[in-house]
Design a protein around this ligand. Structure first.
Ligand code: PTT
Ligand code: SF4
Length: 611
């Protein structure tokens, strides 16, 4: 087997034992890597109903055959576990030197299980694994922690770490991995914290095994240059992801005021142009020439790395149109290690609930200083922060009074920065995103608004959502590489088949990849259903407020328009039908059989009847 190391490193924090295991070629070809490896391992090894914040949960760090190879944008790693936020399978994809180091140490997968009895870190250097006490850094933010780790282990090592958010088990805490890089939205930081695990540090010095080393070297050299050239010509990295803010404002898709509004006259103050002008430093992931992490000085003078999602949720959605203040909120989220998207959605929901009279409080939209104070309370679970730390779904369950309608989440995970009040395809993308409302899996919005009728609910939209999920939620998450060269620069997808074949010595086409994607989607869905056997299609619905005529824009290009229930239902039927899932949204037995999931669905049939 070439291209895969074939090795798994299993570390048990309760017993402080380390075990090197191997996986078969059949497993590699069936699940490929990253998200594929992670969901299969979690499905096999976790008993349904376990506490995601207990010692029985497992943190998986998973790479794929392309990860870490000197080819374009391959410095990404998948982190996964049962999610404390959604209760289902959860993961995130982050830029980190761990990608290269873990593969060079000889592993594609790291499984961390159990719970340490006091704060601890793991140091992996090739075949050696050591535990180090982390009491000294427990309670520190992620920036101070990263400095401490670099001083102890050297600047070039790979790091995954948490701040106070993960330590205090904020349900939407993330993992930090580099300056300006963070991921694992469904509470992957809290899973680390629940294990008393402050950091994983990796240093690898071996060669990554590939089938055709000469060809891989040549590709790496040439394609990185080509991508750099295209990037220079298009100028994409000048604004990076933030370039989309002005467009969202123009097409009435910006999150404003807990997504009650879709645009704002002051949006220009926090757009990509303003950000590019204020940029003081740029960060990027390893093996990448499109460094897209634009950094500005925040109100307090810290360097804050800003992406569109962060500005959309912590800026316009809170009606804060002061870039330096948005930077401060972003910096705090990064330092505490909490997800900017969920944090922004939680604060907006809190302000909205106060506005509606559903709850008492003194937080108002536009109040940046109070928002900072609330983030600090949240990260430490102090006072009202303890309530905010559990996310919008649980907050709405506690508040009641109809607040569920405007708690902006799907399956418990907060919606990212696209306001779909009148964008049915993108609403379906959020509704059916495998891990909860995340734009990462299907970004149909530009196609929907630019190329088809915005208000239509045709079958072709469900088809397009699935097509994008196969590429974004499938391919890039299991070969493990950044998708930006393809989306932002138009880098041909066939290049990934070329890399894959030169690395593994196989002869796969894109169609082979799509089968793996569909298999992964079916198993992620099975994981959720096994946890929630009363599963029904309403779990694939976006929040009620997007369907509520009284919430329609009063003016502008979508004045008077909202989503329609019957039509959304039909769109969902198309989605299920194309995927071969039943009307509840559960893959049918025949679909599972064609995807090679007989055993998994036999197990699922113990919990729920299957069609
Ligand atoms: C991702 C989500 C995103 S997606 C953003 S901005 W984006 C937010 N970033 C946060 C942050 O920063 N700090 C923080 N405290 N919380 C944050 N939460 C939000 O997390 C990320 C880039 C981006 S920037 C995107 S779209 C692309 N995502 C990819 C993906 O998911 N898969 C893939 N194969 N390639 C991708 N390339 C791009 O990577 P989650 P990163 Mg992140 C500071 O992981 O859980 O999916 O959350 O990883 O290394 O920071 O790169 O406009
Ligand atoms: Fe990381 Fe941005 Fe490069 Fe992707 S394009 S690898 S997110 S720096």
């Amino acid at each position: 087997m070439k291209g895969w190391t074939g090795n798994i490193l299993r570390i048990n924090l309760s017993s402080k034992t380390v075990k090197k295991e191997t996986y078969s070629e059949e497993f590699a070809k069936k699940w490929v890597g990253g998200r594929g490896f992670a969901v299969k391992i979690l499905w096999d090894e976790l008993k349904p109903g376990i506490d995601p914040l207990g010692p029985d949960n497992k943190l998986i760090v998973a790479l794929g055959p392309i990860a870490g190879i000197p080819a374009p944008n391959t410095g990404k790693t998948v982190v996964a576990a049962k999610s404390p936020l959604t209760g289902g399978y959860g993961d995130g994809n982050l830029g980190t030197r761990v990608t290269i180091h873990l593969r060079k140490a000889g592993y594609d997968v790291l499984i961390v299980e159990g719970k340490a009895d006091s704060p601890v870190g793991i140091y992996i250097e090739d075949d050696n694994v050591k535990f180090f006490p982390a009491n000294e850094i427990w309670g520190n933010g992620s920036y101070k922690t990263m400095d401490w780790l670099y001083a102890k282990f050297g600047k070039g090592v790979g790091i995954l770490t948490i701040g106070e958010g993960g330590e205090n088990k904020i349900l939407y805490s993330i993992i930090r991995s580099l300056e300006g890089r963070a991921g694992g939205r469904p509470g992957m930081g809290a899973v680390m914290g629940s294990k008393n695990l402050k950091a994983i540090v990796v240093k690898g010095t071996k060669e990554i095994p590939v089938a055709d080393p000469e060809a891989v070297k040549e590709i790496g050299k040439n394609d990185l240059k080509k991508i750099n050239q295209i990037d220079k010509e298009t100028g994409w990295t000048k604004q990076g992801t933030t370039g989309v803010l002005a467009w969202c404002n123009e097409v009435a898709a910006l999150p404003v005021r807990n997504m009650r509004k879709t645009s704002h006259k002051d949006a220009w103050k926090i757009d990509g142009e303003r950000l590019a002008a204020a940029c003081v430093k740029v960060y990027g992931c390893p093996n990448c020439t499109m460094r897209c992490g634009l950094t500005i000085l925040d109100k307090e003078g810290h360097e804050a790395e800003m992406d569109y999602e962060n500005i959309g949720l912590l800026g316009s959605n809170l009606e804060i149109f002061d870039l330096a203040q948005v930077g401060s909120l972003n910096y705090l989220c990064d330092d505490f290690g909490i997800d900017t998207i969920s944090a922004g959605a939680v604060l907006a929901f809190y302000a909205d609930a106060i506005d509606q009279g559903a709850i008492e409080g003194d937080f108002r939209f536009g109040d940046a200083e109070k928002a900072k104070e609330l983030l600090k309370l949240t990260a430490n679970r102090k006072g009202i922060g303890d309530f905010l730390a559990d996310g919008t779904m649980r907050m709405a369950q506690k508040i009641g009074k109809g607040s569920e309608a405007y708690a902006m989440h799907v399956k418990g995970m907060e919606i990212s920065a696209y306001n779909c009040k009148f964008i049915p395809g993108m609403a379906l993308a959020f509704g059916t995103s495998s891990i909860g409302a995340h734009h990462k899996e299907s970004w149909i919005i530009t196609y929907e608004i630019n190329e088809t009728s915005r208000g239509s609910y045709g079958r072709e939209k469900a088809q397009k959502v699935i097509e994008l999920q196969r590429i974004r939620g499938g391919l890039f998450e299991f070969i493990v590489a950044c998708r930006f060269p393809w989306i932002e620069l138009g880098w041909d997808l066939n290049n990934y088949a070329i890399y894959f074949n030169k690395i593994t010595g196989l002869d796969w086409t894109l169609d082979d990849f799509w089968t793996v994607s569909d298999r992964i989607y079916a198993l992620i869905r099975a994981f959720f259903v096994r946890e929630f056997p009363e599963w029904d299609r309403t779990r694939d619905y976006p929040p009620k407020i997007w369907f509520d005529p009284s919430n329609a824009d009063k003016e502008g290009i979508i004045a008077g328009k909202v989503l329609e229930y019957d039509k959304y239902d039909q769109l969902l039927d198309h989605y299920y039908d194309i995927r071969g899932w039943d009307k509840r949204g559960i893959p049918k037995t025949e679909t599972a059989r064609t995807l090679g999931l007989n055993n998994e669905f036999e197990e699922l049939s113990k919990y729920v009847s299957l069609e």
